[in-house]
Design a protein around this ligand. Structure first.
Ligand code: 4NP
Length: 157
């Protein structure tokens, strides 16, 4: 039995690739890489086919995470069928996903940080137009959210 997790932001070049790379590392370290399949996508197609933003790549690499294998793609209607958990980075992406998702799959959609109950925010803020500190904040929130999501999934095994 495998669980498929899809992280979703706007461009799929900053936040969701960071979550994709960090969570892949977490589940690999936990010995669960064959049971939890990780992917990421954007609600937009603006950066389709491109590598993650160089600022996200560098901030992640400094902490030992590899994002270089990821290429941006847009969420498809197939994702709503095939993924088990579809995790939005912020409220705008949540609303976008909920508007596009058939009613029978709506229960797959959450905000990523809904699982990080000890954090006082439910959103990973868009870092694209800001400075490097925004990317450092994204990585910190993603590491925290990733640990919480892993703990949630391990309860099911
Ligand atoms: P992401 O960040 O949604 O975390 O990948 C963004 C990337 C690109 C743009 C906005 C946010 N953009 O406007 O192109």
């Amino acid at each position: 039995m495998t669980t498929r997790v899809l992280f979703v932001c706007l461009g799929n070049i900053c936040r969701s690739p960071t979550a994709h790379g960090v969570f892949s590392q977490l589940i690999s370290n936990a010995g669960l890489a064959d049971r939890i399949l990780v992917d990421s996508a954007g609600t937009s197609s603006w950066h389709e086919g491109t590598v993650p933003d160089s600022r996200a790549v560098q901030v992640a690499r400094a902490q030992g995470y590899d994002l270089s294998f990821i290429r941006s793609r847009q969420v498809t209607s197939t994702d709503f069928v095939e993924q088990d958990l579809i995790l939005a980075m912020d409220n705008d992406n949540l609303a976008n996903l909920q508007a596009r998702c058939p009613v029978e799959y709506q229960q797959k959609i959450y905000r990523f940080l809904d699982f990080a109950e000890d954090l006082n925010t439910r959103e990973v803020p868009d870092p694209y137009y800001g400075g490097n500190e925004g990317f450092i904040r994204v990585l910190s929130l993603v590491e925290h959210g990733g640990r919480a999501l892993l703990a949630h999934l391990q309860q099911g095994y």
